[in-house]
Structure formats: C-alpha cells, structure tokens
Design a protein around this ligand. Structure first.
Ligand SMILES: [Zn+2]
Length: 128
C-alpha cells in the first residue's frame, strides 16, 4: 500500500531528517536512535504518513531504523470578543458569547523536540 501520505508530509519529513542529522552531527553521534516529534491537534500532518516517509528518507543515513515518537498537543481557541479560551471540541464559535471572531492559539505545531543518539556504546539525549 503506497498511499501513506502526500507531498506535504514528504517535504516535512525530509526537513525533520535534515534537522536531526545536523543535531546528530553536532552531538558527535554515530547513529540517531529516537526522534521526539510534537504535533498539534489541528496540524494537517498524519503521523502514519510521516512514519511511512521516514523509513524511506532515513535509509542509508545515520538515522536509519530510528524510532519516531509523537506527542500530540491539544488545540486551543480564543474568542476575541470576550477573551474566553476553549478547545476545538467545543465547536468553532465561542461557547460563552457565541462570538465567531475566533483566534487559533495552539494546535498547528509540528516540530522536532529532541533526538536520542548513540555514540560508541553510549546513549545521549540532545535537545533541538
Ligand atoms: Zn466569546
């Protein structure tokens, strides 16, 4: 099955690899064993697709065979009219005043939080 994702996810996966390899290099890593990624609840990223591309783009790099760990963070919306904060699960109008002038405060994140690397028998966590 090769319908695991789309070009968008391929390019974000490639940029994660680039960042991870740069940090791995800086840490003197022989291999990168684990990557810790953060995905906002509202981000248009499907973790299965990233995993699918990851196995392809990381081949023949020090990150080959590494594990991806995803941490989901919840979305948060704010009403510009009354200042109420709520989650997307509550709907896209303000549950307090019914306002529709809504600001997206969190939930679209997608970034590499940390990597774990191995150097001749040691394991070390490097923060990105
Ligand atoms: Zn409101």
């Amino acid at each position: 099955m090769l319908n695991g994702g789309n070009m968008h996810e391929l390019s974000v996966t490639e940029s994660i690899l680039e960042i991870a390899l740069r940090h791995g290099d800086a840490a003197g890593a022989a291999t990168i064993t684990d990557l810790f990624l953060v995905i906002g609840e509202l981000a248009t990223i499907v973790d299965e697709s990233v995993q699918f591309y990851w196995d392809i783009v990381s081949q023949d790099t020090p990150a080959a065979g590494s594990l991806l760990h995803f941490r989901r963070i919840p979305g948060q919306l704010g009403c510009r009219a009354c200042g109420h904060l709520f989650t997307p699960a509550a709907g896209l109008c303000c549950p307090v005043c019914g306002g529709i002038d809504i600001e997206l405060l969190a939930g679209e994140e997608f970034y590499l939080e940390a990597i774990e690397v191995a150097r001749a028998g040691e394991v070390e966590t490097a923060t990105t």
